[in-house]
Design a protein around this ligand. Structure first.
Ligand SMILES: [Zn+2]
Length: 320
């Protein structure tokens, strides 16, 4: 086991506990933009890892931040997932349907004295919250923050090795319920992963920074900690993570096999060149047969060619 209690809270050391029972993985896009090549490689890695371990693989749409969402993005994402031949187990899960579970988790944290109301304005705060409202606030509008401490929260990532953060000094007490009433990402992910029995999280390394906060919440809520595997992110020529803001457009629906071929090559899988012209089912069969995530060990970035992520002409017209 990995945890031990002290007066200052729970210390997490060593690796995640071995998960018992069958593997359950997931892919969890936010409907803020269509799937671009960077999201595709995360989906491919997560899917292949689940399939090659005989596991289940769930698809969860993280639709709890309406101000950031793009109308129609969910349908565009689902259409792309289908065109690319992804097969998820069970119905598509919408995170917005879990609000009552999110609220119950917040109530648990409050009842345990692990969360408190914060009336600070984000404008007046630096990157690390200094704990201003730990002793109370008179503000009418408040967020909820979770208490952190100075102990190290650590985990062993299968590709990136030992990771550790001291939350109190690196982030401070962090928000779990926003002032606008929306559930914060960190809490929603933790509650949903638990609800859905996720045992293994495979995702981009850009989210590795969040993992200690998520482990901290799992400890406070009495949840088991999944295993984490953070894969390198695809980057453009300027070494920026592919994103809508850095000019990444949706993956093409007309060119599925060759795009999947490029995704596998980007993930270090060396698919034979003749596979770029086979059926979607055939390229997946090869990928499942040959998948080896270990080739990505220690890698944090993979530069990709512009033709794999540039905005299509129609998207360029919409986003001048
Ligand atoms: Zn405050």
């Amino acid at each position: 086991m990995q945890s031990a209690s002290s007066e200052t809270g729970t210390i997490v050391t060593g690796s995640s506990p071995p998960t018992s029972g069958p593997y359950v993985g997931r892919f969890a896009p936010s409907p803020t933009c269509p799937l671009h090549f960077g999201s595709l490689i995360a989906a491919v890695a997560s899917f292949l890892e689940a399939r090659t371990r005989g596991g289940r693989w769930l698809l969860r749409i993280e639709d709890i931040d309406p101000p950031r969402e793009q109308t129609g993005a969910t349908q565009i994402i689902l259409q792309a997932m289908e065109s690319y031949g992804f097969e998820w187990d069970g119905p598509v899960i919408y995170q917005s349907n879990s609000r009552s579970s999110h609220d119950a988790a917040l109530a648990t944290l409050l009842a345990a004295g692990s969360a408190y109301r914060c009336g600070c304005s984000r404008r007046n705060l630096g990157p690390v919250y200094p704990g201003t409202c730990r002793e109370g606030t008179q503000a009418a509008e408040t967020a909820l923050r979770v208490l952190t401490n100075s102990e190290e929260v650590s985990f062993v990532d299968e590709l990136q090795g030992q990771q550790a953060q001291r939350l109190e000094t690196e982030f401070g007490d962090f928000v779990v319920l926003r002032k606008d009433g929306l559930i914060a990402y960190q809490l929603a992910v933790v509650v949903d992963d638990h609800l859905q029995g996720i045992t293994d999280v495979v995702r981009g390394i850009d989210l590795m920074d969040s993992t200690p906060r998520q482990i901290w919440l799992q400890q406070l809520l009495g949840y088991p900690t999944p295993k984490y595997v953070h894969i390198p992110v695809a980057t453009n020529a300027l070494e920026q993570k592919l994103s809508k803001n850095h000019g990444a457009g949706g993956i093409p629906l007309a060119d599925v096999t060759s795009t999947l071929h490029s995704a596998l090559a980007t993930l270090g899988q060396r698919p034979p060149s003749e596979l770029a012209n086979v059926s979607v089912a055939e390229i997946w069969a090869w990928a499942i047969e040959n998948w080896n995530i270990a080739v990505l060990s220690g890698q944090t970035q993979i530069p990709v060619a512009e033709k794999l992520y540039r905005l299509s002409k129609t998207e360029l017209n919409k986003n001048p």
